[in-house]
Design a protein around this ligand. Structure first.
Ligand SMILES: *Cc1c(COP(=O)(O)O)cnc(C)c1O
Length: 462
């Protein structure tokens, strides 16, 4: 299977090449040329399988010949062995017809572990086979960075640099990035917001001399392999509620549109999904866009759900590519207009998007109120991101269709907000109880491309 760029001006690549390069050279994002389909029989056959077996069957057709069946199954097994729950992604019931998909049982307590653990294994395997070494640079609003560091720490073929906005991630998130002792791990606290970190990351990828010189690779949510790993739990959860016989809907707390785009891929593969509901916090560019067609940047307002504090939503480009009939030319033009503030989605493309996606938002007060009420009436402690999902899901729920809301982080990652809303301070799981005692190691940096390039060049082995 080949992967093509959403801007139509970069060479088609294999799965492995697209994974190792991240962003396409024309600035676009890789998408599969064609999405493989699972028949109702294929989906029915998932009933009763382990998470790992579902993962193998869902992802195998996308991966190509670079990995044999045996190796791929082994990498999947290693990826999820460190999770704190045998089901990996357990489904709990919140109310009649409303379910919570707990995606926070991985090593850093957020859903990003599902993709990052797998991508760590895939990189190690591919690079070792090729005799290569890469420098991974990532930008994070909190959870991506810790998940990447956890996935790549101690690997021989990889240095990992994570840029995060100084003072704008939670203490647990920061400590998960700054306490690993491995020499190949570099946490960088940069001035500015997450979008500044993401912008500098894009600049580095667009600087081809630098990119080739340090063998830059990206594992941000634009990496296709990450999207793919997230498709799996849409299948596992829908199958456990009776797919393909019964349709389900999903509500997804959304920032960069990666997680919910994985749900869209599941739907394109044949999973009977009724609606995909985008849930945003007060940084609601996606909700505004789906409501009005206007995709316009705004200031980032820091919130109690920092992993969703974004100005632009990078994976949305993949949805736009489909909405514009898989033509890279209009997409490239829109992305050009975005540089000067925003763009308007055409009526046809907006209708195409609305066939699959609806949206809602939650204010800070609504998020807190949902944490309070979910604890009081459902006995469930929600992290602020998951609470946004639950609030929007309850507003948009169709009583005839089961709703699955994705719980994207463990409440203990955001203990202050959870305690204020519920009166309970959620404890960290046993295995990370000493996080607050470990020494931190971090580099401060200005929001400056040249500074960041120098820092990276000086740190990697020559
Ligand atoms: C990253 C993250 C999100 C947003 O996911 P996207 O794929 O960027 O939409 C939501 N909640 C948590 C806890 C996250 O870490």
């Amino acid at each position: 299977m080949k992967y093509i760029s959403t801007r139509g001006r970069a060479p088609a690549l294999t799965f492995e090449e697209a994974m190792l390069s991240g962003l396409a050279r024309d600035g676009g994002l890789y998408v599969p040329e064609e999405v493989p389909v699972m028949t109702p029989g294929d989906i029915r056959a998932l009933h009763g399988l382990s998470y790992e077996e579902v993962a193998f069957r869902v992802m195998r057709p996308f991966v190509g010949d670079g990995f044999t069946d045996e190796v791929f199954a082994d990498l999947i097994a290693k990826s999820y062995a460190g999770f704190g729950h045998g089901a990996r992604a357990p489904l709990v019931q919140l109310a009649p017809g409303h379910f919570l998909l707990e995606l926070f049982h991985g090593p850093t307590l957020a859903f990003k572990d599902f993709a990052m653990q797998l991508i760590g294994q895939l990189f190690e395997e591919a690079l070792t086979r090729r005799g290569e070494r890469v420098t991974i640079v990532g930008a994070t609003s909190g959870d991506t960075g810790s998940a990447a560091i956890e996935a790549f720490r101690g690997l021989d073929a990889v240095d990992v640099f994570i840029l995060y906005p100084h003072g704008r991630v939670s203490e647990v998130q920061r400590r998960q990035m700054t306490t690993p002792v491995e020499e190949n791990v570099h946490a960088v606290a940069m001035d500015g917001h997450f979008d500044d970190c993401q912008a500098r990351l894009k600049d580095m990828f667009n600087d081809f001399d630098f990119r080739d010189g340090v063998r830059l690779a990206g594992v941000n949510s634009i990496n296709w392999a990450r999207v793919l790993a997230q498709v799996v739990y849409y299948f596992s959860s829908a199958a456990s509620l009776g797919a393909p016989e019964r349709k389900v809907s999903f509500t997804v707390p959304t920032g960069n549109f990666g997680d919910i785009f994985a749900g869209y891929i599941a739907k394109k593969m044949g999973l009977p999904i009724d609606r995909l509901v985008v849930a945003t916090n007060q940084n609601d560019i996606l909700h505004r866009c789906l409501s009005t067609g206007d995709y316009r940047m705004d200031e980032v307002t820091p919130s109690i759900s920092p992993s969703m504090d974004i100005q632009v939503s990078s994976n949305f480009e993949r949805a736009l590519f489909d909405a514009y009939g898989r033509d890279g030319t209009p997409v490239a033009q829109l992305m050009d207009e975005l540089k000067s503030g925003g763009f308007h989605v055409s009526q046809g493309a907006l209708e195409a998007l609305r066939e699959h996606f609806t949206s809602g938002r939650a204010s800070e007060a609504e998020t807190m109120a949902t944490i309070t009420s979910a604890h009081a009436t459902m006995g469930e402690l929600l992290c602020p991101h998951s609470a946004i999902g639950v609030k929007v899901a309850e507003e948009q729920r169709d009583p005839g269709v089961p709703m699955i809301t994705l719980a994207t982080a463990h409440p203990a990652k955001f203990p202050d907000a959870v305690e204020e809303a519920s009166g309970l301070r959620p404890p960290l799981p046993e295995r990370m109880a000493d996080l607050f005692d470990r020494p931190e190691r971090v580099t401060r940096a200005r929001n400056d491309l040249a500074d960041l390039k120098t820092l990276i060049q000086e740190r990697i082995p020559s």
